[in-house]
Design a protein around this ligand. Sequence first.
Ligand code: AVJ
Length: 340
Amino acid sequence: MSAVLSANLPGNLPNPASDAALAAVRTTVHATAASSFATDLLAALGNQPRSISPKYFYDAPGSALFDRICELPEYYPTRTELGILQSNAAAIAQHLGPQADIVEFGAGSLLKVRVLLEALEAPARYVPLDISGEHLHAACAALRADYPGLRVEPVVADYTQAYALPARLPSAGQRVGFFPGSTLGNFTPAEALLFLQHAAQALRGGALLLGVDLVKDPALLHAAYNDAAGVTAAFNLNLLARANRELGANFVLAHFAHAAFYNAPMQRIEMHLQSRQRQQVGLCGQVFTLEEGETLHTENSYKFTRSGLHALAEQAGFQPGPVWTDAQQHFSLHCLQAPV
Ligand code: AVJ
């Protein structure tokens, strides 16, 4: 087996060298989380084009960098969505009704769910779904302390796969899904449809409160992902730093550039790590050659139009309801009704 993998292997043909590399990883790396990162990064480096899931951004340093992104002057989504929630809290609460049984997809946005909990009339329960048990535990402890009367029932689950929710409470009002932050935009259109189809089933007879970023002036989008302080660049490059820390890779971060741009026909921001020069990188005993300018595609962040989101929601089985936005129409909060 050649240890050097060509950078230009076609994506859809069998790739014996990288298959062998993957098999080697499966037998040498034990921790599940680490092995899926190793497996996925090896597969990404061996493919052409190269791409990896943005979920690997979020180790502890990556999550801290994301929190800093949310504070950046250029990064409007977080503060805009929070503003929409606050400005329309009464209308949202009125629409959702009393004793709501709230299911949050991901437990990353405690600040946002607090605004919702404060606004709603006597929420019955809070059920956060998150893939990380540790993160979930911390989030629930904080919420229980602040809302002693609230039932908090976390579920460790990957909401991009099939999941089961706790049984309905006889005393509760509507089941209300909450999916803020435009995380839906990280999915491919096919994945987004699948997620919404599952949610429409899980929330039958209730509603989904969904926050999505809107299509807008590309200059504003570009600035939000190319901030002057370089925090988004550090967030992107952390993927390679993480591989060095966790997988013993030897990426030289200075040999990669942060590249983020708006792909207008696809209605998405793309983030890439671009090789500044021809170089070889080592990972799990394998060596990969990257040509100057070649990239590892690390994230898509889809932007939506109101009508596009409604069409997608209807295709998934939801009935579109009210939409709340900011005055500049930068971000949107949709209430989608899930039929019984
Ligand atoms: C958490 C996926 C909504 O796409 O805007 C921020 C992640 N990436 N800056 C986004 C992100 C670069 C963020 N989401």
